[in-house]
Design a protein around this ligand. Structure first.
Ligand code: MOS
Length: 731
């Protein structure tokens, strides 16, 4: 049976469940001391001075780093990403909870105690804490999508055609600040050996971290080594190199000893980005026969003060490409507030944007009394209407059909408030999902030993998604080996370079490099076998399996091929990147989301009772880790729909629920049985493995499916997330 696609267990599973997998904070580095961050207690203004007398007198204190004695960093730009303030380079305070000092002591507890005694004097300003009150300050992003395209787009004439619609929706949708909350917090151990820096760092991108730290400390990237064999989740907040990692390295340089800095759970809300609040104004219109005639999507996303950098939540992108509509306008604006810099969070842009888009589509369908799936099929985009290209692959029709079938969509009575179970109002809702298929260049090395054991080396990282496992499967498939005979090394910047594990692109980027390197090893063995025995045999007459090359009349053990040459291994390094197909095709994954909710009419409680998602995520390399990601993404979406919201105190700008008991994430009782269907799909135009991304796709559309189900149950259209008891009781 083919190894690729098999639902095998994670090859690193045993290490993880036995605690043997080493995470960034767990490396035993001799002579280690501990750093703790001190954060501002005002939301805006200036630090005028520090009083460190008390803190310095505390036991075990080795150094206190403030803007007054911090190392001046040579450059704030890494080549792959920008590293943002606050890096203790000035006395400005841009938000409440900003890092203003770092205390280093011989133990973590002593550093924590001393940090509490650092006193800052401030000249406080007036913080802008509410996006709603700063909308008049909105400005167009300067680096939208890293400058690859303008923030606005327009085709046709949506403003004129809007009035011609038989049904029109003009509504504002609001999504809150959300924080990523991976289980493993940000953590860094930094050690200098002369001008060489080694960091053990929890990151989604070791190569980006290497580049950024090198640029900031003005050293060659070769002199920075980043080690990260395991990551306890990231969801986007470990995609950039954030200040705590930089400050750990700075502190280590100052004290001349290795420094460990682990961000506390509370500091996770102010140290490494978050999904910004969005306000989205939509004007959609459709004709009486259910064709979209006008779509306008004006997106505002909340930002920090511009001094900290720039991040835009690209909410309008799905609106540009998901439906076949001639008249479409999309805009993106940023609204500055005194908050830390927002960042990517699982399905950035698509997740909140799709909530607005797929809610409005549902409203149009309801207004026309057309079944929501039927309405979507009437506007099905056969090619990407924004890029005006064919899709590399698109099995969205199959997602609708298979999802509807598994969910029992036909049982839905279209009239809102018409279905009940006992005293509960029952609602069935659906939404479309889509996420782009990204890919970046990657290198990989594969070595096959005479003993029939292969080693795969890539400077990628396993976020917990299964990268170790699927890369082992990929190499095993090409080398004719059982997975158990493949060892995979990731998470070290000394390994061949790979991109950030973000944008759901690790398999699509790294997989082809591993495949190519393994195929190259195989080709070398075939050449050796041809030289020794099967001169002129074409590739398809040869086969690599069970530690031997099989030819027309027998087998040549690879040990023998190597022994004759006095070698004990064959290796190859490969580089893989997107070819010209990217210019010719639009590359996306798709899905259909179905939710059944029960709403308590007296208490207003919304519970999700059943959930089905059907996904076109390309060729799946491991059905088990894929399913795990699909289900995990849906759970993340349930959090967005019903629970997650970071609350900011309006007066002080301080995050008030910076913990995971008051920042609500879904627990088992919130999550019903979830059926995740993998729709047959294979996208060889996007990459040699036919894979599309899985990490983010299943998150997109969940909130809309739930909100649409809540409308169907109750007749209440909720346009602000999360959906709360109060929204139900106001009806
Ligand atoms: Mo993902 S938000 O691209 O880590």
């Amino acid at each position: 049976m083919a190894i690729l696609g098999q639902p095998i267990d994670r090859i690193d599973g045993r290490l993880k469940v036995t605690g043997a997998a080493r995470y960034a904070a767990e490396f035993a580095v001799p002579d280690l001391v501990h750093a703790v961050l001190v954060e501002s207690t005002i939301g805006a203004g200036q630090i005028t001075d520090f009083d460190l007398t008390e803190a310095q007198a505390m036991p075990g204190v080795i150094a206190i780093v403030t803007p007054q004695n911090a190392i001046r960093l040579s450059d704030k730009k890494g080549s792959q990403q920008t590293v943002h303030a606050p890096l203790l380079q000035d006395m400005e305070v841009h938000y409440n909870g900003q890092h203003i000092a770092v205390v280093v002591a011989d133990t973590f507890d002593r550093a924590t105690a001393a940090a509490a005694r650092v006193r800052a004097q401030y000249q406080p300003g007036e913080p802008v804490t509410r996006m709603e009150s700063a909308l008049d300050q909105a400005y167009a992003p300067k680096h939208f999508r890293n400058g690859s395209r303008p923030p606005d787009s327009r085709r046709g004439d949506p403003d004129t055609t809007f009035a011609t619609g038989a049904v029109r929706v003009q509504a504002t949708y609001v999504t809150p600040i959300e924080n990523h909350n991976p289980m493993e917090p940000h953590a860094t151990i930094a050690r200098w050996d002369g001008d060489k820096l080694t960091v053990w760092h929890a990151t989604q991108g070791i190569s980006g971290t290497q580049q950024s730290l090198a640029a900031l400390f003005g050293i060659d990237a070769q002199n920075v080594r980043v080690i990260c064999p395991f990551v306890g989740g990231g969801f986007g907040c470990k995609g950039n190199t954030w200040p705590p990692a930089v400050l750990a390295a700075m502190a280590a340089k100052i004290v001349g000893r290795p420094v460990k800095l682990v961000v506390t759970r509370a500091q996770m809300f102010t140290s490494n980005g978050y999904r910004p609040e969005t306000i989205q104004k939509l004007s959609f219109a459709a004709s009486a026969d259910g064709r979209l005639v006008s779509m306008r999507h004006d997106g505002f996303s909340q930002m920090s003060m511009p001094a900290l950098g720039e991040y835009s939540e690209p909410v309008g992108l799905p609106t540009e490409m998901l439906y076949d509509c001639v008249n479409v306008a999309v805009t993106h604006r940023l609204v500055p507030t005194n908050a830390s810099l927002p960042t990517y969070m699982r399905a950035p842009g698509e997740a909140p944007g799709n909530f607005a888009l797929e809610s409005a589509i549902d409203e149009l369908a309801a207004g026309l009394r057309i079944d929501p799936i039927d309405f979507r099929l009437r506007n099905y985009a056969e090619r990407d209407p924004h890029e005006n290209k064919p899709f590399a692959s698109k099995a969205l029709r199959a997602c609708y059909a298979m999802g509807a079938d598994a969910f029992g969509w036909l049982r839905r009575n279209p009239v809102p408030r018409s279905m009940r179970n006992g005293r509960y109002l029952v609602g069935m809702g659906m939404a479309t999902s889509t996420y782009p298929t990204h890919r970046m260049p990657a290198d990989a090395r594969v070595q096959l030993g005479a003993n029939g054991v292969a080693l795969v080396q890539v400077g990628s990282q396993d976020l917990g998604t299964g990268t170790y496992t699927v890369m082992a499967q990929t190499a095993a498939a090409a080398l004719g080996l059982p997975v158990g005979r493949v060892r995979v090394e990731l998470g070290d910047s000394n390994l061949p370079k790979a991109p950030v594990s973000g944008g759901s692109m690790t398999v699509a980027s790294v997989g082809p490099a591993v495949l190519a390197a393994a195929q190259s090893v195989r080709a070398k063995l075939f050449d050796m076998a041809r030289a020794d025995r099967w001169q002129g045999a074409p590739d398809d007459a040869l086969r690599l399996a069970d530690g031997a090359v099989f030819g027309p009349d027998g087998r040549m053990p690879i040990a023998e091929l190597m022994a004759r040459r006095g070698i004990d291994a064959v290796d190859a390094t490969a580089h893989a990147e997107q070819g010209p197909e990217k210019d010719q095709y639009s590359m996306h994954a798709f899905g259909a989301q179905f939710a059944e909710v029960w709403v308590d009419p007296d208490l207003g409680e919304v519970r999700i009772r059943r959930y089905v998602g059907a996904f076109d995520c390309g060729h799946v390399l491991n059905a088990k880790t894929a399913r795990s990601q699909l289900i995990g993404g849906i759970v993340y979406g349930i959090g967005m729909a019903l629970l997650e919201q970071t609350h900011v105190d309006e007066e002080t700008g301080r995050v008030v629920n910076s913990n995971i008991s008051e920042y609500l994430v879904p627990v088992n009782a919130d999550v019903p049985s979830i059926e995740a269907i993998i729709v047959p799909s294979d996208d060889r135009l996007s990459n040699s493995l036919g894979a599309k991304g899985i990490g983010e796709l299943p998150m997109v559309g969940v909130a809309a499916a739930v909100a649409n189900a809540v409308w169907h149950a109750t007749g209440v259209r909720v346009r602000r997330l999360p959906i709360r008891v109060e929204d139900m009781l106001a009806s």
